[in-house]
Design a protein around this ligand. Structure first.
Ligand code: AR6
Length: 178
């Protein structure tokens, strides 16, 4: 794990599964626009949460790239799921701004709802084709920027599925903290 403290909050980078973050209040779903069960992160989250999650989430869709909405987490060990629609790389333009909006909007929801901890997957880097090196820069820059003004949120964790993605995020954080 790599960690960085900014003001009163902690940024953590770990390798793992987003559905296995037992000590975190809100986990983020890399959702589709209609907030239905999908593949990748969305498939794993809906599978672990159970069918009630899709019943609640689909009522809130469709959402646009960069937007975030919150639901209960049902059978997951967390309290909430925050669903973000990432941009499809080179289709939803400007993809960097839309990806940054996902992180910004999810963090704003936490601040509004007094949520103290959140875990993100690497949004858009799977089915949506965003190169992980570029996505890591956008995500970590936006998170670091938001961390300067947080009042409620204390822990922000990036959970990377593969060792390669974990190393890319670790290196990117090292570069950004120079
Ligand atoms: N925990 C953490 N990271 C994961 C997990 C997991 N359990 N499973 C996959 N990843 P993706 P997107 C990584 O495709 O690109 C869905 O079908 C994965 O290796 O889940 O935003 C939705 O329904 C990759 O690095 O999200 C949408 O239609 C990253 O999470 C669409 O895919 C994101 O991969 C969203 O595509």
């Amino acid at each position: 794990m790599k960690q960085m403290k900014i003001e009163n909050a902690n940024l953590e980078i770990v390798q793992g599964d987003i559905t296995n973050q037992n000590d975190i209040e809100a986990i983020v779903n890399a959702a589709n626009a209609y907030l239905r069960i999908g593949g990748g992160v969305a498939g794993a989250i809906h599978m672990a949460a159970g069918p009630e999650l899709e019943r609640e989430s689909t009522e809130l869709g469709p959402i646009k790239p960069g937007e975030a909405v919150i639901t209960n987490a049902y059978n997951l060990p967390n309290k909430y799921v925050i669903h973000c629609l990432g941009p499809v790389y080179e289709r939803d333009i400007p993809h960097d701004k839309l990806l940054a909006n996902c992180y910004k909007n999810a963090i704003d929801i936490c601040e509004d709802k007094d949520i103290e901890s959140i875990a993100f997957p690497a949004i858009s880097t799977g089915a949506f084709g965003y190169p992980v090196e570029e996505a890591a820069q956008v995500a970590l820059k936006e998170i670091i920027n938001k961390m300067k003004t947080l009042k409620k949120l204390k822990t922000i964790r990036m959970v990377l599925f593969s060792n390669h993605d974990f190393l890319v995020h670790k290196e990117t954080l090292k570069m950004l903290s120079k």
